[in-house]
Design a protein around this ligand. Structure first.
Ligand code: SAM
Length: 227
């Protein structure tokens, strides 16, 4: 008779996303087929920046980059940094790859996977100078709040991946999520609030942010420094 796994093994972690893939355009499919070997990384292999980027530079991570608009804009404006993106939505990753190719950018690498898994398996401690998470899904219904990406355990994981003095930059257009973010970060003694206006490099406007602003949502930026 087949062995029955323990309940703890059966219990699935609550994810911050639901895979509703949507259709890949032919160009996005081509990008995933052809450009992935150039820009894509796999979570099973621990990241060694010196092996995957052309030059050594401080590393800036963006989690949940959507269609990659802000990531591409920052990477083009600040070639003195290396950028790392993590996103689960394949059409968004395809879109990013096309933009990277179009602009000839080589300081960006990408994971198409759950950020929690990537951080746990591939990203070493104190590897990042900044971590940006812009407009993560708000999961507005109370019963879905447990799906929000920013939770105390995840914040602790982010703090571990930041260098001392490194910055965690969060943005949301949902006041309730901003409160939730502040409370989640407050549980982490390694992170202290810092002046968001002193952020370098500044944050470009994102696609999701434009939508929020059109609907009249107030945008909150939060920045924290790793002790
Ligand atoms: C509301 S969208 C915002 C996208 C983009 N940052 C913007 O502002 O336009 C949130 C994004 O986070 C991604 N996401 C959610 N949970 C994730 C996770 N655990 N790992 C990687 N990406 C995630 C979603 O697929 C989605 O593209």
């Amino acid at each position: 008779m087949a062995e029955i796994p323990a309940t703890s093994q059966l219990k699935r972690r609550i994810r911050s996303f639901v895979r509703r893939e949507g259709r890949l355009t032919p160009a996005q499919q081509r990008a995933l087929d052809v450009l992935w070997p150039r820009y894509g990384l796999t979570p099973e292999i621990p990241l060694q920046p010196q092996a995957v980027y052309p030059g050594s530079a401080p590393l800036i991570l963006e989690i949940g980059f959507g269609n990659g608009e802000s990531l591409v804009q920052m990477a083009a404006t600040y070639p003195q940094f290396n950028y790392l993106g993590i996103e689960v939505h394949r059409p968004g990753v395809g879109h990013l790859l096309l933009e990277l190719e179009k602009r000839g950018l080589d300081n960006v690498r990408v994971y198409c996977a759950d950020a929690v898994e990537v951080l746990e398996t591939a990203i070493g401690a104190e590897l990042c100078q900044r971590i940006n998470i812009f407009f993560p899904d708000p999961w507005p219904k109370k019963r879905h709040h447990k799906r929000r990406l920013i939770q105390p355990a995840f914040v602790a994981l982010l703090a571990e991946k930041l260098q001392p003095g490194g910055i965690l930059h969060l943005a949301t257009d949902w006041p309730d999520y901003a409160r939730h973010m502040r409370a989640a970060v407050a549980t982490c003694p390694r992170l202290v609030s810092t002046d968001v206006t002193a952020r370098i490099p500044p944050r470009p406007q994102t696609k999701y942010e434009r939508r929020g602003r059109r609907l009249g949502h107030p945008v909150t930026d939060l920045a924290y420094r790793r002790l």
